[in-house]
Design a binder for this molecule. Structure first.
Ligand code: A3P
Length: 301
């Protein structure tokens, strides 16, 4: 009912007022929720997801940090895991990536599926099986029940690079602190390598074919000798490549749900482009931060 919805929204408003807050890069505020920075708009779907989501043993969960290759990993996982379901046959079925964006095929949970529906039917969202799910947050379940979104985000002029960089170094960025997220998964992958595969963008760029074989093995659908001979691995690498996806009409037009133009997900796709934007002082600060944060974790970049 409207009354129930209103009281839920009141609860959310109250929660927001109790959270640490900082000005965001493009949105007016970020809120520190369960140790991670999040915009007000996504607070509600995050909590809905934590409250209602039930995993299956067969689920494949993609977790990435924003701008670290989510789009690519979605395309690769989708194309590898489901390759038998849309292999080109006499009916000339086309690869779904030719007509849908990676974000339409593997939909974000909090940024899409749970955004306007606190308890969506994931069976109808995940057409192919087993389910591939990309939550943007993977945190502890929260008992707070919330219903409809009322918190909007005031868009603002982006802050300067200097300001944003400083915030980033302090951990204040969407889904930050980066190192807490990354190290959490790094350590978990070392403890449980069968269940958690840790991938680096740089490694994928360096040798996509062997990384794809590794991914397929991890997903439980290793490439057969025959597939390897027929060049299936290379075919997947090609259709998911930056050059291929970037030129597709479907990835050039329209906006993603949150209003971002789809083409923004395909900017340059090269390792190390940061060196064209950061000053030497910034690089020094970042390197020191990485040393401090990664310490002797064994994770290097
Ligand atoms: P750049 O901004 O450095 O170009 P996300 O998908 O998490 O938002 O990450 C975006 C980054 O991945 C962008 O990096 C984008 O260009 C790059 N990217 C997108 N698709 C890619 C692909 N198929 N292969 C390699 N890099 C890709």
């Amino acid at each position: 009912t409207d009354d129930a919805d209103k009281s839920m929204d009141d609860e959310l408003q109250q929660l927001v007022h109790t959270l640490p807050r900082e000005q965001g890069w493009r949105v007016s505020n970020l809120y520190l929720y369960q140790g991670f920075w999040c915009t007000a708009l996504f607070l509600k779907p995050v909590i809905s997801f934590q409250t209602h989501f039930r995993a299956f043993d067969s689920d494949v969960i993609i977790v990435t940090f924003p701008k670290c290759g989510t789009t690519w990993l979605k395309a690769l996982t989708f194309s590898t895991l489901y390759r038998h379901q849309f292999a080109k046959d006499e009916d000339e079925h086309e690869h779904p990536l030719l007509n849908f964006t990676p974000h339409q095929l593997v939909r974000f949970l909090e940024h899409d599926v749970y955004l306007n529906n606190p308890c969506p039917d994931l069976e109808s969202v995940c057409v192919y099986k087993p389910r591939v799910l990309p939550p943007t947050f993977l945190m502890l379940p929260c008992p707070l029940p919330l219903k409809t979104p009322t918190l909007g985000e005031e868009n603002q002029e982006p802050l300067s690079l200097e300001k944003v960089f400083d915030k980033f170094c302090r951990g204040v960025c969407i889904h930050g602190p980066l190192f807490d997220q990354v190290l959490g998964y790094w350590n978990a992958s070392r403890e449980n390598p069968e269940k958690i595969l840790f991938l680096k963008y740089e490694d994928l760029k360096e040798d996509i074919v062997s990384q794809l074989k590794h991914l397929a093995m991890f997903l439980g659908v290793p490439f057969t000798e025959d597939e390897e001979k027929r060049g299936v691995v290379e075919e997947i690498a090609k259709i998911c490549s930056f050059e291929k996806l970037q030129e597709l009409e479907v990835n050039k037009k329209d906006l993603f749900i949150t209003g971002i133009p789809n083409e923004n997900f395909f900017r340059k796709g090269e390792v190390g482009d940061w060196s064209n934007y950061l000053t030497p002082a910034m690089v020094e600060r970042l390197e020191k931060l990485m040393q401090d944060e990664l310490g002797n974790s064994g994770l290097t970049f």
